[in-house]
Design a protein around this ligand. Sequence first.
Ligand code: ZN
Ligand code: ZN
Length: 350
Amino acid sequence: MRATLLHGERDIRSEQVADPQLSGTGKDAIVRVTAACVCGSDLWPYRGVTPTDEPRRIGHEFVGVVEEVAPDVAKVKAGDFVIAPFYDCCGECANCRIGFTTSCLELGWFGSQDHWGHPTDGAQGELVRVPHADGALTVVPAQPDDALIPSLLTLSDVFLTGHHAAVSGGVAQGSTVAVVGDGAVGLSAVLAAKRLGAERIVAMSRHASRQAVATEFGATDIVAERGDEGIAALKDMFDGIGPDAVLECVGTKESMDQALRSARPGGQVGFVGVPNGGPELPMRTMFSTNVGVRGGVAPVRNYVEEILPEVLDGSLAPGRVFDGEFALSDAAEAYAAMDERRVIKALLRP
Ligand SMILES: [Zn+2]
Ligand SMILES: [Zn+2]
């Protein structure tokens, strides 16, 4: 089968690799990928920020059709259309049951290893072995229309990560919200805040095409300034004190600083940007302002069932974040387009 491999800095190749086989644990399934995509987090190794020692499989967001299941798999069967979360989880342990499948006691990662140490497939390929089929996969009730595929794919990571930012920020009916970051996760956070009933949503963005998607998703205001100017602009908009919630969807020192200093006293920062080199939280400032910080890696598997019906009936269309579609064999071009910010998020079809 064909799969995407990262060989080194800005060196992505589409190659023939061996088809995955069931591992013998009795719990896995092989899924034929209908659509996958490139994640902002894939760009860190692509750009060489995290080094690549030897060629490796990449990608962790996908939807597809089950080809084969192991003997102990009960909830998923061959022919089912499924949504995978960006990680593997058992669905049964204490952490999975409590709502944090990203801390599953048998956690595994696509493009890396499963809980038992078997290699796992990257999602940017034709077939993917899912180590805990019953725990990780969500079965879509019927074969979906092709037009729904992009929105279903966002339930693998990006939309539900934005949703986790909004939930972590305490967004509720009538909230005022600012979103730091205009990538696909930030835009998803705008839509998630709107869905949760936010009354006013400020998207912080300098790019016309991203501002347009933010507005479509429910942003009521756009702020292009950053740093002190951006904070001043936000405070001006909300009685001189700032919004109730700030959703941090970047992961840099500057973006977290922006978020912490923008929220109103007693407000909350919901963060989902993968922290990239800090910062330490400024405890003295937080003591003075009572601003709370909550968030982390999004337990998307715990959110899928709540959101899926709205995607299936068309009332929620988070797939709009995909503005570029590429053949799986053109993965190198998909990465380049995202790296150069020519597209917000690249969809890949085998
Ligand atoms: Zn991702
Ligand atoms: Zn678990």
